[in-house]
Ligand binder design. Structure first.
Ligand code: HEM
Length: 153
């Protein structure tokens, strides 16, 4: 039996689209985050879902159409994301995962939280005063199940 990708386990790109639509609706209402995302376009939730799909082992569409890792990193340059904003971002994304009906098993939620914790801290680094150089050859990270492969009984 082959282990499903995290993308498959979470319900595929449709589930991630549900997730980001719920999430950014919350962001727009949130006093800490609404000002940060005041200028985001209507396609922002879909772009983030495309990114997450690729990270979690789905199709490499962000690389194909949105500039891959370098493109994503550039969106965060100069934004000066604070720890308070990051924490709120992570908290609302986890609330959105519940509301969007993502699986609640410990294994998939653990890898989801692992990626989001890492990625949001990277976003702070790229958004800060001394971002790392943006290297076009760096690939989109591909998250694995690590210590917590899915429990399939
Ligand atoms: C795992 C963590 C994160 C991921 C995967 C992520 C992903 C992305 C992606 C894919 C884009 C580009 C969207 C597009 O092409 O339209 C983007 C833009 C952006 N992100 Fe993030 N992000 C993360 C964390 C954060 C955090 C913690 C903040 C701030 C609290 C943040 C603030 C922004 C802003 C302000 C933009 C630009 C929005 C605009 O177009 O006006 N990001 N992010």
């Amino acid at each position: 039996m082959t282990t499903p990708s995290i993308h498959e386990w979470l319900g595929g790109t449709d589930a991630l689209l549900r997730l980001t639509e719920v999430f950014y609706a919350k962001v727009r209402q949130d006093p800490v985050l609404a000002p940060v995302f005041a200028d985001m376009g209507d396609d922002h939730p879909a772009h983030v879902a495309t990114w997450l799909a690729e990270v979690f082992g789905g199709p490499a569409e962000y690389t194909a159409h949105h500039g891959g890792h370098a493109g994503m990193a550039r969106h965060h340059l100069g934004r000066g994301i604070t720890e308070e904003q990051r924490r709120r971002w992570v908290g609302l994304l986890q609330d959105a995962a519940d509301e969007a009906g993502l699986p609640t098993d410990p294994e998939s939620r653990a890898v989801f939280a692992y990626y989001v914790e890492w990625g949001s801290r990277m976003a702070i680094i790229y958004s800060g005063a001394a971002p790392p150089p943006i290297d076009e050859s760096v690939e989109v990270p591909r998250w694995g199940w690590g210590q917590t492969p899915p429990w399939e009984g």
